[in-house]
Design a binder for this molecule. Structure first.
Ligand code: HEM
Length: 239
C-alpha cells in the first residue's frame, strides 16, 4: 500500500500542520521578546522582564518537550517546501506551455513563498548563531549570571538581555531583523490561511475572513519583531 505522505495532498497537509505549529511558536516567541520593551512600563531594572521571561521558558518542562518537536516541524516544513516547489514548477511549466497562462492574478506572497522562505532561512541562520547557539551550547561572556525579579523573588540566571542588547546596537543586525520581519509577514500572510484551507477550515464564506485574519496576524508578528529590534537600537543605547 502506498504511503499517504508520498501523495501530494499528504505532503501539503504535513506542510500546513508544521507551518501552523511554527506560527504558534512565533506567537509565544514574540510575546517573550516583547518583554524587552516592558521595563519602563513596570518600573523594573532594564533587562529584568526579558531575563525573567527567558528564565521561565528555560525552566519550563513543556518547552523542553516542545523544542525537539519544533526542530522536527521546521525540518519537515523546509523539506516538503522544496518537494512541493519542484512539483509546482514542473506542473506550471506544462500548463504555461499548454495555455500561456502566467497566473498573474495570484497574490504576490503566494507566488513567492519559496523565495520568502529562503530569505527567512538566511535570517534564521544569523539569528540562531547570534543567540540560540550561544545560549544552548557555546556560552558567551555577556551571558554571565545576573539577578532579576522572577515573580517577585530575586533570582539568579543567564543575562540573556545583555546578549540581545549588544547585538541590537549593530546597524546591519537591525537591517537583517527588519528584512526578516517583513519576509516573515508576507510568508505568514499567505501561509496561515492556506494552511487552514488545506486542513479543511475554510469554505467560500470563511475564505475571505481567514485571508483578512491571516494578513492582520502576519503583520502583527512580522512588524512586532521589527519594532522590538528598532526600539532597542533607537532607545536603549549601551551605557
Ligand atoms: C526581536 C526579535 C527577536 C529576538 C530578540 C529573539 C531572541 C531569541 C533568543 C534570545 C533566543 C534563544 C532562546 C533560548 O535559547 O532560550 C531565540 C531563539 C530562537 N528564535 Fe528568536 N528572536 C527574535 C526573532 C525571531 C524570529 C523573527 C524568528 C523566526 C523567523 C525566530 C526564531 C527563533 C528560533 C527558531 C529559535 C530557537 C528555538 C528556541 O530557542 O526555542 N526568532 N530567539
Amino acid at each position: 500500500m502506498a504511503n499517504v505522505f508520498s501523495y501530494s495532498i499528504g505532503r501539503k497537509l504535513l506542510m500546513s500542520l508544521s507551518g501552523l505549529f511554527l506560527i504558534m511558536f512565533l506567537f509565544v516567541h514574540l510575546t517573550v521578546n516583547s518583554f524587552l520593551l516592558l521595563d519602563p512600563v513596570f518600573g523594573t531594572q532594564e533587562g529584568d522582564m526579558f531575563n525573567a521571561g527567558v528564565h521561565f521558558m528555560t525552566m519550563n518542562p513543556l518547552i523542553k518537550i516542545i523544542e525537539p518537536i519544533l526542530f522536527g516541524g521546521f525540518i519537515l516544513h523546509v523539506l516538503y517546501s522544496i518537494v512541493l516547489t519542484i512539483q509546482n514548477m514542473r506542473a506550471r511549466g506544462s500548463a504555461v506551455y499548454a495555455s500561456g497562462n502566467k497566473t498573474s492574478d495570484v497574490e504576490w506572497s503566494s507566488k513567492n513563498m519559496f523565495v520568502l522562505g529562503i530569505a527567512l532561512g538566511a535570517f534564521l541562520v544569523i539569528h540562531l548563531i547570534q543567540f540560540w547557539i550561544k545560549m544552548k551550547f557555546t556560552g558567551d561572556p555577556l551571558l554571565a549570571d545576573t539577578t532579576f525579579s522572577y515573580f517577585g523573588v530575586q533570582t539568579t540566571g543567564h543575562n540573556a538581555y545583555a546578549l540581545v542588547h549588544e547585538a541590537f546596537q549593530i546597524p546591519w543586525v537591525i537591517v537583517a531583523y527588519v528584512v526578516g520581519g517583513i519576509a516573515l509577514a508576507f510568508h505568514i500572510s499567505h501561509g496561515f490561511w492556506s494552511a487552514l484551507h488545506t486542513v479543511g477550515f475554510s469554505n467560500n464564506i470563511w475564505l475571505y475572513r481567514l485571508q483578512t485574519l491571516s494578513t492582520v496576524l502576519a503583520w502583527i508578528i512580522g512588524l512586532g519583531f521589527c519594532t522590538i529590534a528598532l526600539v532597542q537600537y533607537a532607545f536603549y543605547p549601551l551605557s
